[in-house]
Write a protein that binds this ligand. Structure first.
Ligand SMILES: [Zn+2]
Length: 201
């Protein structure tokens, strides 16, 4: 399976060579390396159960399908419990999608949950399994609460959780943002191909 992912990735890179010019990409790199310090932003919980670890198979602005996205893909087989990375209110729930794969036509099948946080930012959890949403629109959700089961619906090569956060910037446009997480090795900006464990509190 890993080999198939790698092969597709290499093929994709050959075809679509080049990286995003989004200035956030550079900033995220510096945050990941600790060159820019961030001590004030919200600390998110990893979006799965305490004590479990999952690998990030695509990080921020990865040239495969995240070229213009500040998003993270966690490698997760189907049916894994997804938890809220931050508390808030569920404002969007879709769980009727049944199809998934690397075809554009599958995009609209991607089951997802969007949670709005108290500062107005939003987190999206994508590719949930059919009927895999465990919350309804309007529900108040606590950080760490199980909200969904992972799957492979929508535009997805393998089952995984696509996670992203976005907020309004000063020009009143929705903008994706990189967020830091509490991991078993401290607070970190996650990177591609690394495995992260959610500590038991
Ligand atoms: Zn993704």
């Amino acid at each position: 399976m890993m080999f198939r992912i790698l092969l597709s990735l290499i093929l994709f890179l050959l075809i679509s060579c080049g990286v995003s010019k989004n200035p956030l990409r550079k900033e995220v790199k510096l945050l990941q390396k600790g060159i820019i310090k961030d001590d004030t932003s919200y600390v998110y919980a990893l979006p799965f159960e305490e004590g479990k670890s999952f690998r990030v198979i695509q990080g921020y602005f990865s040239p495969f399908t995240h070229k213009e996205r500040a998003a993270l893909d966690f490698n997760m087989k189907k049916g894994v419990k997804i938890t809220a990375a931050r508390g808030g209110i569920a404002i969007r729930v879709k769980e009727d999608g049944t199809l998934g794969g690397l075809k554009k036509k599958y995009r609209s099948h991607g089951n997802n949950i969007v949670i709005e946080h108290e500062d107005g930012s939003r987190a999206g959890y994508w590719h949930l399994q059919h009927n895999g949403a465990l919350v309804n629109v309007g529900d108040t959700v606590k950080q760490g609460q199980v909200i969904a089961l992972s799957g492979k619906t929508g535009y997805a090569l393998v089952p995984h959780l696509h996670f992203l956060v976005w907020k309004y910037d000063s020009t009143r446009k929705w903008q994706q943002v990189a967020t830091r997480f509490q991991t078993s090795n401290g607070i970190k900006y996650l990177r591609g191909w690394k495995k992260y464990k959610r500590p038991v509190e």
